[in-house]
Write a protein that binds this ligand. Structure first.
Ligand SMILES: Cc1ncc(COP(=O)(O)O)c(C=O)c1O
Length: 406
C-alpha cells in the first residue's frame, strides 16, 4: 500500500476495477470535489474523477521524494515535456509537432490568457480585436477569462438537432466577416456537450480561419478521452496553414486525473507569437515544477494501460447514464458525450425552473454544475460528472429521479 487505497495490481486497478470506491474514503479526500460539499451531498460537479491517480504517476512522485534531490532540475532550455508531448501526439494522433515550439505553462487557463496577451489583441487594436469566437455553452472559466481581459464573446451556438450537437459553419462565416473577429477559441473535445469535432467540421473551421485570418487557440485537454468510434484530430495537424496559426493547449490533467499538479504545455504555431513569448523577461510566467513535470511525464509515457482501463469504465458509466435517463427521466434530453465523463443534460421539461442544479441540490442532495454558468444556451441544463463507480452513479441518478418526481 502506498496510500489510503489499494496498490497497483489490486482489484481497484483491474480492467473493470474502478467500482470498488469507498464512500468514507471519498469523503475524506481533501480535493475540492468532495470537500466543498456538505456531508450528505453526492458531488458530481467539478471535472475530477473519483479514482486515485494512475499507479505510474504515484510511483514517479514517490521516486522523486525518495530520491531526496529536490534541488534545481537539470533541464537545460526546456523540460523533457517538449519531446514527450511531440512523441505522444505522433503516437496517438499521427501529428508531428515541432518540440522546439512547445513551451511549459501551469495550466490551460494560464495558457489562454498568456496567448491573448501576447497576441496583442487586448481589445484596443481594431473593431474585431476584442472579440473571441467560441462554441457555446462553454467551460465557465474561459468565459471569466475572456471577460477579465475585456473581451467580448462571439458565440458559436451548439444546437441540439435531435441527433446530437452541431453548429452552423455558414452562419459563423457571415458573423466573422461582419464582426471582424480575429480569434477563435476552439475547445475540442468540447466542454460541456462532449462533442468530438469531425474532420469535416474541423476542415470547415480551418478554412474560415484562413479566410478571416484568425488566431486559433485550440484547447485539446480532453483529447485522450474520446470514446470509440469517435477520434480526436488535433486542429494543428490539418495542414501547414492551420499549424501556423494555432496555439495548442493541453496537459495530462484531465485524462489522468491530475488537475492539482498544475502542469501543461502550449505548442505555439505562429512565428510572431513564439518570438513574443520568448522575448518576455526570464521566468515571467513562472518555472515548471519538478513534481508537475514528473507526474505528466509518467502519465504520458507509462499511463496508457490505466487510460485504456479508465476509458472502458467511463464507457460503461456513459451507457449506464443514458439507459437510466432514458428509462426513468424521459423528460430530459441528453446525448452521450463523444469524449470524457461530463454529461450535458437538458432539464427544461422537468419543471424545475431555470436552475435545475439548485433544485437537485436542495431536493436530492446531489451537486451538479449549473448550466447557467456555461453562458448562452446554458439555462435549464446541468452538467453531470459520471467519473465514479457504477454504484455511486446509480445513487446519484436515484436521487435525481426522486428530486424530479417530487
Ligand atoms: C475544456 C477544458 N479546458 C481546460 C480545463 C482546465 O484546465 P486547467 O485546470 O489546466 O486550467 C478544463 C477543466 O475541466 C476543461 O474542461
Amino acid at each position: 500500500m502506498d496510500g489510503p487505497w489499494p496498490a497497483a495490481g489490486s482489484g481497484l486497478f483491474g480492467v473493470n476495477g474502478f467500482d470498488g470506491l469507498d464512500l468514507e474514503w471519498l469523503r475524506e479526500r481533501p480535493g475540492k470535489k468532495w470537500s466543498a460539499v456538505d456531508a450528505d451531498v453526492l458531488p458530481a460537479w467539478v471535472a475530477d474523477m473519483d479514482f486515485p491517480a494512475p499507479p505510474p504517476v504515484r510511483r514517479a512522485l514517490h521516486a522523486l521524494v525518495e530520491g531526496a534531490d529536490l534541488g534545481y532540475p537539470s533541464w537545460g532550455d526546456g523540460t523533457p515535456l517538449r519531446e514527450a508531448f511531440a512523441d505522444r501526439m505522433h503516437a496517438r494522433f499521427g501529428w508531428s509537432p515541432d518540440p522546439a515550439r512547445v513551451r511549459e505553462i501551469d495550466d490551460i487557463i494560464g495558457g489562454l490568457q498568456l496567448t491573448l496577451r501576447l497576441a496583442g489583441v487586448d481589445g484596443g487594436a481594431g473593431a474585431g480585436d476584442g472579440l473571441v469566437a467560441v462554441h457555446t455553452p462553454c467551460y465557465p472559466p474561459f468565459l471569466d477569462a475572456l471577460s477579465g481581459f475585456g473581451r467580448r464573446l462571439l458565440p458559436i451556438p451548439m444546437v441540439d438537432d435531435g441527433a446530437g450537437w452541431n453548429f452552423d459553419l455558414d452562419r459563423l462565416d457571415g458573423e466573422l466577416r461582419e464582426s471582424g473577429c480575429r480569434t477563435l477559441l476552439l475547445v475540442n473535445p468540447q466542454n460541456p456537450t462532449g462533442r468530438v469535432f469531425t474532420r469535416a467540421e474541423l476542415g470547415g473551421l480551418a478554412e474560415l480561419a484562413r479566410r478571416h485570418d484568425l488566431l486559433v487557440i485550440a484547447d485539446e485537454v480532453h483529447a485522450d478521452l474520446a470514446h470509440p468510434p469517435h477520434r480526436h484530430i488535433p486542429f494543428a495537424s490539418l495542414g501547414a496553414d492551420a499549424a501556423g496559426r494555432t496555439v495548442t493547449l493541453t496537459s495530462a490533467t484531465k485524462a489522468f486525473n491530475l488537475a492539482g499538479v498544475r502542469c501543461a504545455v502550449a505548442q505555439v504555431g505562429p512565428d510572431r507569437l513564439l518570438a513574443a513569448w520568448d522575448a518576455q523577461p526570464v521566468n515571467l510566467f513562472g518555472v515548471p515544477n519538478l513534481f508537475g513535470v514528473a507526474a505528466t511525464l509518467a502519465a504520458w509515457r507509462d499511463g496508457d494501460r490505466w487510460l485504456t482501463d479508465v476509458l472502458a469504465h467511463l464507457g460503461a458509466r456513459r451507457l449506464q447514464l443514458a439507459d437510466t435517463l432514458g428509462r426513468r427521466l424521459p423528460a430530459v434530453r441528453h446525448h452521450p458525450p463523444q469524449a470524457g465523463y461530463l454529461a450535458w443534460i437538458d432539464c427544461r421539461d422537468l419543471g424545475l425552473g431555470a436552475d435545475p442544479a439548485a433544485a437537485f441540490l436542495s431536493r436530492g442532495r446531489v451537486e451538479l454544475s449549473p448550466g447557467g454558468h456555461f453562458g448562452p444556451g446554458g439555462d435549464g441544463h446541468v452538467r453531470l460528472n459520471f467519473a465514479t463507480s457504477a454504484e455511486l452513479l446509480a445513487r446519484i441518478l436515484d436521487r435525481m429521479c426522486a428530486a424530479s418526481h417530487r
